[in-house]
Ligand binder design. Structure first.
Ligand SMILES: [Ca+2]
Ligand SMILES: [Zn+2]
Length: 384
């Protein structure tokens, strides 16, 4: 080989390598850096996670099930899965993008057609929408399932400046382009309540949240999509992280959650804002009279506060809910937040009903909150 040819080969290879490195650099630089990517962080169960060791439940036809999911990390977050036959509904997918595999491993036991008929995204906080708001490099829930209908807060978002929010919009809009029907809950007004027939005797009402129209809040939580499910005469209420001021307006604006519409209360209430002191207010509780309350959180975690009484589920929350029921259940228990050590509390909490008979199962145990060791150490049951 002549020197000239050798030089041409060396120069050509150098140019190719140089361009490739430059191109990869630009691609990496341009990829949105999500807030959720957790690389190398050690969070672990102190024992085998209950969701993995459990056997799927065989449901009879006509049995509705509602599953409050453990999220497989030490963080607070929400994900609720609802199933009736082939109808699969997912409300939120927190708490971090690493919950996606935990959630999909669980719901894949039950989703038979890889299709989520409804996805409801309550609000733009990572502990609720991280699973939909992945970077382009990572599959979101929308990439993993066909979604028929998406219900979210639409333009009713407080802070749209974050990269994680743009990620969400990109993933959602791609699913809409692929054929998903889109329902913007912020367009629902007082005279335009939206009731969706999901199946015979099974409806979903998107409640009117005045923060989407004429009220303002500094708190994204108040922009939560709130929904009331009704199966025959049983009611199940989900309010995302709505705060007290939002709950008061919600009751005022929606006849269906006022006392006169709920002679027997709601069978199930997902504790507002993970059992925060600032939600599950008296006015909401006295109207809905909850019979069972499920709290999605990593109980006793110092993630948001070192004040033990204010850690989820808070003492104030318990003081108010205790007036109505002692059937309170919690997904996950924090053992040591700094070490990333947590375990199942009740585990995945599963409500099963045929519209008449109502039962509750958990993948770890079905001990009521007030009878747990954690409660005896850190909380008190109010005396009436
Ligand atoms: Ca389905
Ligand atoms: Zn939350």
């Amino acid at each position: 080989m002549s020197k000239a040819i050798r030089n041409i080969i060396v120069i050509t290879i150098s140019i190719i390598v140089g361009l490739s490195v430059g191109f990869l650099g630009v691609v990496y630089y341009k990829l949105p850096q999500t807030e959720e990517l957790i690389v190398g962080e050690q969070t672990f169960y102190s024992s085998t996670p209950s969701s993995v060791s459990s056997n799927p439940i065989a449901f009879s036809s006509g049995e509705l099930s509602i599953h409050f999911l453990e999220l497989g990390n030490k963080y607070t977050g929400d994900s609720t899965y609802i199933k009736l036959g082939d109808l699969d509904i997912l409300i939120d997918c927190g708490s971090k993008t690493n919950s996606i595999s935990t959630v999909t491993n669980y719901i894949n036991q039950y989703v038979t057609d890889n299709t989520l008929e409804y996805v409801i995204v309550t609000h733009a906080h990572t502990d609720h929408f991280a699973g939909f708001a992945t970077s382009q490099k990572m599959d979101s829930i929308f990439d993993l399932y066909t979604t028929k209908n998406i219900i979210d807060f639409g333009s009713g978002v407080k802070d749209s400046s974050r990269a994680v929010y743009s990620n969400y919009v990109r993933e959602r809009d791609a699913e809409i382009s692929a054929g998903a029907n889109y329902i913007d809950a912020s367009l629902i007004s007082a005279n335009n309540n939206k009731i969706i027939e999901l199946a015979p005797n099974f409806t979903l009402e998107i409640l009117y949240n005045q923060f989407y129209t004429t009220k303002n809040s500094k708190n994204e939580n108040n922009y939560s999509v709130c929904t009331l499910f009704t199966y025959f005469n049983q009611h199940f209420l989900f309010t995302g992280d709505l705060e007290k001021e939002g709950e008061e307006l919600l009751v005022q604006n929606n006849v269906s959650i006022q006392k006169q519409s709920l002679p027997e209360g709601v069978e199930l209430y997902k504790a507002g804002h993970h059992g925060s002191a600032t939600s599950s207010s008296q006015i909401l509780l006295e109207n809905i009279h909850p019979q069972h309350v499920c709290v999605c959180c990593c109980a006793g975690s110092s993630e948001y506060t070192t004040n033990v009484l204010n850690q989820f589920p808070t003492q104030d929350f318990i003081n108010r809910v205790a007036q109505y029921t002692d059937e309170i259940y919690v997904t996950t228990l924090c053992l040591d937040y700094d070490a990333g050590n947590f375990t199942s509390f009740n585990g995945n909490i599963i409500i099963i009903t045929d519209g008449n008979n109502f039962s509750l199962k958990c993948t770890y145990n079905t001990t009521k909150l007030k009878d747990t060791d954690w409660f005896k150490q850190y909380r008190t049951w109010p005396t009436s």
